[in-house]
Design a protein around this ligand. Structure first.
Ligand SMILES: NC(=O)c1ccc[n+]([C@@H]2O[C@H](COP(=O)([O-])OP(=O)(O)OC[C@H]3O[C@@H](n4cnc5c(N)ncnc54)[C@H](O)[C@@H]3O)[C@@H](O)[C@H]2O)c1
Length: 355
């Protein structure tokens, strides 16, 4: 019987850096996953690290990241600290020979992200970005459907991620929430379809000092348009993405566990008669077909993140959401920031294409 590389190897010892809001989710999954073992929980706030580590047998708490980097038994770090600290911590870890799973966004500037990509390549280590949603069964299904061409030619993408969110100190709503939508775009867009430009508008109606509501529009290769709405001020929570194609339209609703994905065989078609350039000769036809809701297994996305992290290390390959994918997401975030600061003008993106 074939045993895959993740199952047969000893568990990968991982230290978690950052025990705030998201760190505990990493800690729990690392402790539970048979292919990983939890070695350290590290936070500059030692009491916080101790509280978290004390709930898992064998995990030790520490407030000194440099001591963790010096521990030869630690093979990998999972970093869940604020984005402004990502570059320094990840580069130090890569130089110490550790593999790194880093939270989104990869870094807080493109310059830092490029240094991180270079450092991972120079040290031959895996640097993976925790683009969590890319590992949900729904997004993996969406990726397969789009890559097999079942939707036809992509015409539009509409993503909404709104709720009453925590107003962050070091990032605005675009850098906090849009990495999720943009990373999904990054893995779902078919090879060869890239983003050509980003225009964005944002507002801070509560005068918090951060953009709290934002709308991003992206022009895609082939004439399609992608739109992302992110908002910290909405009392209703919405998590939907619609992918409209020339043959079918797919709707992902992450808050509906009974029907996360719906595929509609419905759409609008334009047919042309003998004089194609005359508007009066265009025929608009509405196609009304079935809707299919595939059965998807339920699985916590972070367990898929860890499986991919370990498999990419064992198989010596890039993970699905490698640092380059993190950098592509960052280029869109950076363009959105520039656009918002300049009244919503379109910012061209050179050579942005998935692989
Ligand atoms: N993947 C997801 O769905 C998801 C969800 C939420 C947050 N995040 C990401 O996780 C990261 C952390 O976010 P959070 O909401 O948990 O932040 P947080 O502020 O709640 O926690 C960060 C923790 O890091 C600690 N810390 C800061 N600098 C440190 C250092 N140099 N060494 C050790 N510890 C340090 C802080 O003391 C704090 O406990 C961010 O990048 C955020 O975008 C990802």
């Amino acid at each position: 019987m074939l045993v895959n590389s993740v199952e047969k190897a000893a568990p990968l010892p991982v230290a978690v850096i950052g025990a705030g809001y998201w760190g505990p989710n990493l800690v729990r999954n690392i402790a539970m996953n048979p292919s990983t073992s939890l070695s350290w929980v590290c936070d500059v706030d030692l009491a916080r690290a101790e509280r978290l580590a004390s709930t898992y047998a064998g995990a030790r708490a520490i407030d000194d990241v440099w001591a963790v980097l010096g521990d030869v038994d630690v093979e990998a770090l999972a970093i869940a600290t604020p984005p402004s600290t990502h570059a320094e911590l990840a580069i130090a870890a890569l130089q110490a020979g550790k593999h790194v799973l880093i939270e989104k966004p990869l870094a807080s500037s493109i310059e830092d992200a490029e240094k991180m990509v270079a450092e991972a390549e120079a040290n031959d280590r895996v640097l993976m970005c925790d683009h969590t949603y890319c590992y949900t069964p729904a997004v993996q299904y969406m990726r397969d459907v789009v890559h097999r061409g079942e939707l036809g030619e992509l015409q539009f993408i509409d993503s909404v991620r709104i709720n009453l969110g925590i107003v962050q100190r070091d990032v605005d709503v675009v850098w906090d929430l849009a990495p999720h939508d943009l990373s999904v775009l990054d893995v779902v867009l078919p090879p060869g379809v890239g983003v050509r430009s980003v225009s964005a508008t944002g507002a801070d109606p509560i005068r918090s000092g951060q953009t709290c509501v934002a709308y991003l529009s992206m022009e895609l290769d082939g004439g399609a348009i992608a739109h992302v709405h992110v908002n910290w001020l909405s009392p209703t929570k919405v998590r939907t993405m619609i992918l409209g194609g020339s043959r079918r339209t797919l709707r992902w609703d992450d808050l509906d566990p009974t029907q996360r994905i719906s595929i509609y065989d419905r759409g609008v078609e334009v047919s042309l008669d003998a004089e194609p350039n005359s508007p009066s000769t265009r025929q608009i036809a509405y196609r009304i077909g079935d809707m299919v809701a595939p059965a998807l297994r339920e699985r916590e996305a972070l367990s898929g993140v860890l499986d991919e992290f370990v498999a990419s290390i064992r198989e010596h390959r890039a993970p699905l959401t490698d640092a380059r994918s993190g950098l592509r997401v960052l280029r869109l975030l950076d363009a959105a920031r520039t656009s918002i600061a300049n009244g919503g003008c379109a910012i061209p993106i050179e050579g942005w294409c998935t692989t």
